[in-house]
Design a binder for this molecule. Structure first.
Ligand code: NAP
Length: 543
C-alpha cells in the first residue's frame, strides 16, 4: 500500500504532539481545511458535534431550507474533476442537495477517517512552553496539536429565547436551526412560528400548505424579494461547465466573490421610467442579485428609499389585505439586514389559514399549556417553531473555552467585539487560526470560496513555518489594530451599519455592537492576504 504524505511527515520538534492540527467543525470550511492539510503532508484531526459532515447544512433541515447563493457558485472549485462531475439540480440548491454534495466530497477525498463525530471541543489552552494547543473534548479526550483551527461557522450558535411557562406547553417544540432528521408532520396542526427572518420566510410557506393554521409571530418585518429559483437546464449547466475556471475567475473579481449581473450606475443616473424597467428586470432575476441593479443602493439613503418604494409597490400587488401589507413593510434601510430571498412568502398571507401576528409591542409574553400568549392574547397551538436566529459571527467561537498566551481568554479578548488580523488570526492566540468568521469577507462573500481561500492561505503558512523550522506564529497587536481599523472604515462607508442586525450583533443582548464581517470587498482582501504571505508573513511574529 502506498504511504500518504501524512504518513511520511515527521513533525519538526521533539515535543510530543498528537497531530499537527486540530480542526473544529466539519462543514464546508472544516472539510476543505482537512483536505488541504493532508495535501500539505500534515497530520490532522477534525471534530464535530454532529453525526456527519455538513455544518450549517447538517443542522438546518427545516422545510424549505435553501441557499441564497447560486448552487454552481456555492460549491468547491479546487478540483476541476469535482466541479465537472457534480450536477446541481436547481439554481438555488436545497438543504438535502447541499448536504448530499458535502457528503460526496468527504467520501470522494476519504476525509471522514480523520473526523470524530458526535464530539464537541469544549476547551483549548495554549501551552506557551511548547508552542502547542491542548484541546479537550466533551468525550474527555485530550489532544496536543501544534495548530488549532476554528472552522465553526458564522451562523452556528443558535439562539432560543427563554419565555415564562416554557415547560408548561404540552405540544411539540422545534427550532429551525436544530431540526430533527425524522419528518415532522404538520397535517391538521395549529403551528406557531416565532420569528420573521430567512428561516421563517423559507419554512412558513411550505408549512402553511399542510398545517391547519399558521400563526407567524413577527417582531420586525424584513425585506423579502422573490428568489426566482428554478431547475437548472442542461444548457444552463453546460454553459458554465464549458469554462468553469473562467467563470470562477470572474467571480473572484467581484466584491462578493460571486458572479451576477451588476450595473455600475446610480439609481439617479436613469430617468424614473428606465429606473423602473431596471428594477423590474432585477426583480425577475430575484434574490440577492436584485441589489446589482444599481451601485448606490447600500451607500446612498435617497437611492435606497427609491428602491424600498419600488419594493413596496411590488409587494402591494401580491398582498391583498392593506393592513397586513403595512405590517409586512419594514421601516428601515432596504438591504441593511441581509436581504431575504423567498418563494411564495407574501403570497402565503393571502391564505385563510395564515395569520400574521404583530408582536412589536409586548412580544411573546409566555408559553402556556395550550399555546402561547402574545400582545395580551392567548393562542391555542399544537406546535411551536423557534426561527429565532443565531449568535452570529462570534458565538460559535466564544462558546468554546479558549485560553491563549498569558492566560487571556477569547471571551476577554473579544469582550468589546471581535479583533482579528485578516479575520484569520487573533493577536495573543498563537498558532490558532479562525476561518470564515469575523474580520474576513465571510458572510458577505461566497462562503465556500472564502473557505477555500482561507484553507489555502493557512496551508501555505504552515508549509512556510515547517520549511523555516518555526513553531510559533502570532499576529502582532499593531497589525491587528490596523486591520480592525480597516474593517471599521469599510463598514462605516456602508448603510449596513445603520440598522439592528446579526451583522452588528444587536440580536444578542449585551453583545458589543460591531459590524463583524469585512465589507471592503473580496479583491482587496485577497490581495492583502497574498501580500502578507509574499512578504514573509508580514504583521506576524514568528518564532
Ligand atoms: P434572523 O434573521 O436573525 O431572524 C430571527 C428572527 O427571530 C427575527 O425575526 C427576530 O426578530 C426573531 N426573534 C428573535 N428573538 C425573538 C424573541 N425573543 N421574540 C420574538 N421574536 C424573536 O435568523 P434566521 O432567520 O435564522 O436567519 C439568519 C441568517 O441565516 C440569515 O440572515 C441568512 O444569512 C442565514 N440564512 C439564510 C437562508 C437562506 O436564504 N439561504 C435561510 C436561513 C438562514 P427581530 O428581528 O425583531 O429581532
Amino acid at each position: 500500500m502506498n504511504s500518504t504524505a501524512a504518513d511520511r511527515y515527521t513533525p519538526l520538534t521533539k515535543t510530543a504532539i498528537d497531530v499537527d492540527a486540530v480542526v473544529v467543525g466539519a462543514g464546508f470550511t472544516g472539510i476543505y481545511m482537512l483536505y488541504r492539510l493532508r495535501q500539505g503532508g500534515f497530520t490532522a484531526r477534525c471534530f464535530d458535534s454532529a453525526s456527519g459532515v455538513g455544518g450549517t447544512w447538517y443542522w438546518n433541515r427545516y422545510p424549505g431550507a435553501r441557499c441564497d447563493i447560486e448552487s454552481m457558485q456555492y460549491s468547491y472549485q479546487f478540483s476541476e474533476e469535482l466541479q465537472q462531475e457534480w450536477r446541481w439540480k436547481e439554481r438555488y440548491a436545497s438543504q438535502p442537495e447541499i448536504l448530499a454534495y458535502i457528503e460526496h466530497v468527504a467520501e470522494r477525498y476519504d476525509l471522514n477517517r480523520d473526523i470524530t463525530f458526535n464530539t464537541r471541543v469544549g476547551k483549548a489552552t495554549f501551552d506557551e512552553d511548547n508552542d502547542l494547543w491542548v484541546i479537550e473534548t466533551d468525550e474527555s479526550e485530550v489532544i496536543r496539536a501544534r495548530y488549532f483551527i476554528m472552522s465553526v461557522g458564522c451562523l452556528s450558535a443558535p439562539i432560543r429565547p427563554k419565555f415564562d411557562g416554557e415547560n408548561d406547553f404540552r405540544g411539540e417544540i422545534y427550532q429551525t436551526s436544530l431540526w430533527p432528521k425524522e419528518p415532522v408532520d404538520f397535517t391538521g396542526k395549529r403551528v406557531g412560528i416565532i420569528g420573521s427572518g430567512s428561516s421563517a420566510i423559507q419554512s412558513a410557506p411550505l408549512i402553511s400548505q399542510e398545517a391547519a393554521h399558521v400563526y407567524l409571530y413577527q417582531r420586525t418585518p424584513n425585506f423579502v424579494v422573490p428568489s426566482q429559483n428554478r431547475p437548472l437546464s442542461d444548457e444552463d449547466v453546460d454553459l458554465i461547465k464549458s469554462d468553469y475556471k473562467g467563470f470562477r475567475r470572474q467571480a473572484y473579481a467581484e466584491n462578493s466573490a460571486f458572479n451576477f449581473l451588476r450595473y455600475d450606475q446610480s439609481v439617479f443616473d436613469l430617468p424614473p421610467e428606465e429606473r423602473r424597467e431596471r428594477l423590474d428586470q432585477q426583480w425577475e432575476i430575484g434574490g440577492l442579485p436584485f441589489l446589482g441593479g444599481f451601485n448606490d443602493i447600500l451607500t446612498n439613503e435617497d437611492a435606497n428609499k427609491e428602491v424600498a418604494g419600488y419594493w413596496r409597490d411590488r409587494v402591494s400587488e401580491i398582498v391583498k389585505d392593506d393592513e397586513v401589507l403595512d405590517r409586512l413593510t419594514p421601516d428601515e434601510i432596504f438591504g441593511c439586514k441581509r436581504l431575504c430571498a423567498g418563494t411564495n412568502y407574501y403570497e402565503m398571507f393571502n391564505r385563510d389559514n395564515v395569520t400574521l401576528v404583530d408582536i412589536s409591542n409586548k412580544g411573546i409574553e409566555m408559553l402556556t399549556e395550550s399555546g402561547l400568549r402574545a400582545e395580551g392574547k392567548d393562542y391555542n397551538l399544537d406546535m411551536i417553531i423557534y426561527a429565532t436566529g443565531f449568535d452570529a459571527m462570534t458565538g460559535s467561537v466564544t462558546r468554546i473555552e479558549i485560553t491563549g498566551a498569558n492566560g487571556q481568554t477569547i471571551q476577554e479578548k473579544w469582550a468589546d467585539g471581535p479583533h482579528t488580523y485578516m479575520g484569520l488570526s487573533i493577536a495573543g492566540f498563537p498558532n490558532m487560526f479562525n476561518m470564515v468568521s469575523a474580520g474576513s469577507p465571510s458572510v458577505l462573500a461566497t462562503m465556500v470560496t472564502c473557505a477555500e481561500q482561507h484553507g489555502d492561505w493557512i496551508g501555505d503558512c504552515l508549509e512556510y513555518m515547517r520549511a523555516n523550522s518555526y513553531t510559533r506564529i502570532d499576529a502582532t497587536p499593531q497589525a491587528e489594530a490596523d486591520w480592525d481599523a480597516e474593517v471599521n472604515r469599510a463598514a462605516d462607508a456602508s448603510l449596513r451599519v445603520k440598522c439592528d442586525s446579526w451583522y452588528v450583533g444587536s440580536n444578542v443582548e449585551g453583545k458589543a455592537r460591531v459590524f463583524a464581517p469585512y465589507i471592503g470587498g473580496w479583491p482587496p482582501y485577497i490581495t492583502k492576504c497574498m501580500a502578507i504571505a509574499q512578504n514573509g508573513y508580514e504583521g506576524f511574529d514568528l518564532g
